[in-house]
Design a protein around this ligand. Sequence first.
Ligand code: DAH
Length: 341
Amino acid sequence: MMSQWTELEKRALAELENCRDESSVRAWNAKYLGKQGEITTALKDIGKLPKEERPVFGQEANRVKQALSDAFDARLKDIREKEIEANLNTDAIDVTLPGRPARRGRLHPSTQTLRAICRIFNEMGFQIYRSREVEDDLTNFELLNMPPHHPARDMWDTFHTSTPGVLLRTHTSPGQIHVMRENCPKPIRVILPGMCYRYEAITTRSEIMFHQVEGLCIGTRVTMTDLKGTIIAFARRFFGANRQVRIRSSYFPFTEPSIEVDMDCIVCSGKGCSLCKGTGWLEIMGAGMVHPVVLKNGGYDPDRFTGFAFGMGPERITMLLHAIDDIRQFWANDLRFLQQF
Ligand code: DAH
């Protein structure tokens, strides 16, 4: 006669055969081998047996328990392997398919303009000099001929830091002082590109951060004619060979005389249109002959040396070039805008 244990073993193994996935195998395990499983429950009856039958009962129980436990392990392993195999078949990767094309990045329109400006001035013999964005009041204003409370300081609304006298530069002009002090008394021909910051209301025409490119040329025979020639050469290289340049007198504390430079409108060539607001001219930079006080502050003897300087805004220039009507686009990180350049 089949013992109680052999019968349980047969039944359990047959049931295990029908388990097709991991969760049903685990449920089977709980049903037979778990804490409240059939084997544990059946073992509780051992106390009711006559003493001499107990050892055989116990041995049989252990044998069946071991057999089921081995069968469980084997079945689980088998099911897992089958699952992996099925995954490999359904999720097969076709390595012969062509790859996805990598999207190429591009340079920011301001960077493109900055590089074009630098290239043109490099060819005219100007070196590139980078100077700090965090400046002191002394260099940003005082040494550029603007003592404390000088009314011209109002031309630059300034971000001050919590350290007195330390600020974000409002223009690249303080770089002039650094270059002069590093190079005095050698002649200088540099451009200084970089970011500037102003505490201003953001509008379509003004941002709180923007680039400038400063130019500085110092020597013993540098004149206004050199300034004019340099600007005209730049305008024609950058905007087109037929560009006309107009010079107006202006005021900056660090130049004397000071000028502002206009160029005939690239859209209407001077006839008047919406870009130039009917004037026929577009403003491209401020400039002038370096003020004797500034030369002296840079270490140069104003009786022997003269120099010219200029400053322009690459974002403004890029706006003119591509008829962009809102300067806020430059730092809005909108790919629809950026991908056009
Ligand atoms: N620093 C001036 C500004 O931010 C621009 C400028 C004007 C720079 C005349 C110069 C200059 O070097 O000569 O408005």
